[in-house]
Design a binder for this molecule. Structure first.
Ligand code: KG4
Ligand code: ZN
Length: 334
């Protein structure tokens, strides 16, 4: 079964064709990063307008690269929640139009569900129950999955998301947008123990909090006369985030007795986080799987992968399907 996926929830216009939920025939990502970098972050209205310009050529390129026409496609899927509403609407309107014109079923995908299913694009041996650490620009969630489509949120962030902390701290360090990849790169040549930044606890819950760390980094950068190198600063900040993410994820895995951990979302691309997660997993006998960086950040193949399983469960939506700026994972739409 070939599914056309569409994703426009933030600043990437993306379309993909995925076969049987795991074989990527194409995954075209038209990034708007350069435009938003000028403003130090995503400008929603600018993002929507750019999606309008890019969406049709992006869908066409995805079909061409997959050597398909719409006649070869069995289903259209689109991320319709959560995200920037004006940006989501562009993808949703495009998906509805294609579904209507080509008489195809339409599947609406939750953005986080998409991120999680990026793992099925690269791994054929994923066992339930599992814990997924979802860390992106908008989310820091620990999700317990007992089966396809069955999610329980065990933890979320009380303030900033992990990606937001990377981006804001990078800005404080004088780096550009998005900060995550730059901090990742600089941290490779830095000493993570040079500055002891705080690792926040939220009572005895598994919830995250990164705003204190962000404030500590900003104060540190603004405050002292002789600063460590940018590499040491980046490495020390990154280590503080990684320690908390690893600690909470494996506490959740042990409390739930699961033997499989997945990683998802833009921050899951972080090389320091991936190696720390894999190392801890090895120590505890828990399998850890993460998509390659290009499938961690926003892309449409993840939407098509998630839709494959949602379609199998009969979760087809009507053409009156809506877009939602904020919506929890697990609530059925359509
Ligand atoms: O999943 P994503 O592409 O979009 C959202 O759903 O938010 O995640 C984007 C976030 C940004 O905050 C970006 O700085 C972060 O992921 N990110 C990284 C890395 N690559 C992207 N953070 C740390 N290390 C990376 N290598
Ligand atoms: Zn995302």
């Amino acid at each position: 079964m070939k599914i056309l996926g569409i994703e426009t929830s933030c600043d990437e216009t993306s379309a993909a064709v995925v076969e049987d939920g795991s074989i990527i025939l194409s995954n075209v990502i038209a990034s708007q990063m350069d435009i938003h970098a000028r403003f130090g972050g995503v400008v929603p209205e600018v993002a929507s307008r750019r999606h309008v310009e890019l969406i049709i050529p992006t869908v066409q390129e995805a079909l061409d690269k997959a050597q398909c026409t719409l006649n070869d496609i069995d289903c259209v899927s689109v991320i319709n929640r959560p995200g920037l509403i004006g940006a989501l609407i562009v993808g949703v309107a495009t998906a509805k139009t294609i579904a209507f014109a080509a008489h195809l079923p339409l599947v609406a995908v939750h953005h986080i569900e998409g991120h999680i299913y990026a793992n099925w694009l690269v791994s054929s041996d994923i066992q339930f129950p599992l814990i997924c650490l979802v860390v992106s620009g908008g989310h820091s969630d620990l999700v317990l999955m007992t089966d396809h489509g069955k999610y329980e949120i065990l933890a979320r962030t009380r303030d900033d998301a992990a990606g937001e902390a990377f981006d804001k701290c990078a800005r404080a360090m004088g780096l550009g947008y998005p900060g995550g990849p730059m901090i990742d790169k600089l941290a490779k040549d830095g000493n993570p123990h040079m500055v002891k930044f705080p690792r926040a606890k939220v009572g005895d819950t598994l919830d995250f909090s990164f705003s204190g760390l962000k404030t500590a980094v900003i104060r540190y950068v603004e405050g002292i006369e002789s600063k460590p190198s940018i590499n040491d600063l980046a490495a020390s900040f990154q280590q503080a985030v990684v320690d908390v993410l690893v600690d909470h994820t494996f506490r959740a895995a042990e409390e739930c007795g699961v033997k499989q951990v997945l990683m998802a979302g833009g921050v899951a691309a972080n090389s320091g986080l991936q190696s720390a997660m894999k190392e801890r997993g090895k120590e505890l006998g828990i399998a850890v799987s993460a998509p390659p960086p290009i499938l961690c950040t926003d892309n449409a193949a993840m939407a098509a992968a998630a839709a494959h399983y949602a379609y199998g469960r009969g979760e087809v939506t009507g053409l009156d399907m809506d877009s939602f700026a904020s919506e929890p994972i697990g609530k059925r739409v359509g």
